[in-house]
Write a protein that binds this ligand. Structure first.
Ligand code: NAD
Length: 256
């Protein structure tokens, strides 16, 4: 029979290397026969991402730095010309200055605050604005968030505030785009050792605490996030929009 995502064109932004959550998501979507379009941030990561993308038959790779409006326009133009219809968009992008991911949130600079908001939250809106008109058969948009949006987590600081913006954006976008049959959701993942996680102080301590205390007594991996993403991209989740789904081994329900 047909796989869950057969004949669906899905844009994935945020693969930097094979540890990226976006790469785990790509594996799950490819497994369900989705047609994938990847983007990479800049020349620094290009060759690494290229090698990964080559392993997925039929996948396409395009440049897109989300701080660059022209590159977003070019991405949308490419999709419009070569794909026609888009069915899914996976946003897995975040950035904050390392110095803003330690110490006290109260010390956050104006520039650091703005940068984290722009790259980690506004980028979802900037791309959604360009690609939702291509979702003429309905669509599914998703992003990646973290419990630091809901609670004050040590060292997460400015990124927690950016994630709060991102989660609120998910609800506003869901409300705007629902009339076009487009759903917008987020996955709130437990901590996973990726490139982005290297910026967060005492990440190891966090993982250890989770193994000892979460309901499932384990940390999550990118495959678990990927399979939830496949569900969100598929018609199986057709009744869900504006939601934040926790893929965190149950951490968020505890009183830790
Ligand atoms: P990652 O470093 O592999 O991915 C982050 C991606 O953001 C990279 O591909 C990077 O190139 C991209 N990026 C940064 N600035 C960009 C820009 N200006 N233009 C285009 N792309 C840009 O790390 P990850 O952990 O896979 O992060 C993916 C998402 O998951 C992020 O939103 C992150 O906050 C979120 N998340 C991560 C964890 C975790 O513990 N790793 C937990 C919950 C949520």
């Amino acid at each position: 029979g047909l796989k869950l995502l057969a004949n669906k064109n899905i844009l994935i932004m945020g693969v930097a290397n094979n540890r990226s959550i976006a790469w785990g998501i790509a594996q799950s979507l490819a497994e369900q026969d989705a047609r994938l379009i990847f983007t990479y941030e800049n020349e620094r990561v290009k060759s690494r991402v290229e090698k990964l993308v080559e392993s997925i038959p039929g996948a396409v790779l395009l440049p897109c730095d989300v701080q660059n409006e022209t590159e977003i326009d070019q991405l949308a133009a490419y999709l419009s010309e070569h794909m026609g219809v888009l069915h899914g968009y996976v946003h897995s992008i975040a950035y904050a200055r390392p110095e803003d991911l330690e110490g006290n949130y109260v010390d956050t600079s104006r520039e650091g605050f703005g940068l984290a908001q722009e790259i980690s939250a506004y980028s979802l809106v900037a791309v959604a604005r360009r690609v939702y008109p291509l979702m003429t058969e309905g669509g599914s948009i998703m992003t990646m968030t973290y419990i630091g949006a809901e609670r004050a987590i040590q060292n997460y600081n400015v990124m927690g505030v950016a994630k709060a913006t991102l989660e609120a954006s998910v609800r506003y976008l869901a409300n705007d785009l629902g009339m076009h049959g487009i759903r917008v959701n987020a996955i709130s993942a437990g901590p996973i050792r990726t490139l982005a996680a290297y910026g967060i102080k005492d990440f190891n301590g966090m993982l250890k605490k989770i193994e000892e205390t979460t309901p499932l007594r384990k940390t999550v991996d990118t495959a678990e996030v990927g399979d939830t993403a496949a569900f969100l991209m598929s018609d199986w989740s057709r009744g869900i929009t504006g939601e934040v789904i926790h893929v965190d081994a149950g951490y968020h329900i505890t009183g830790m």
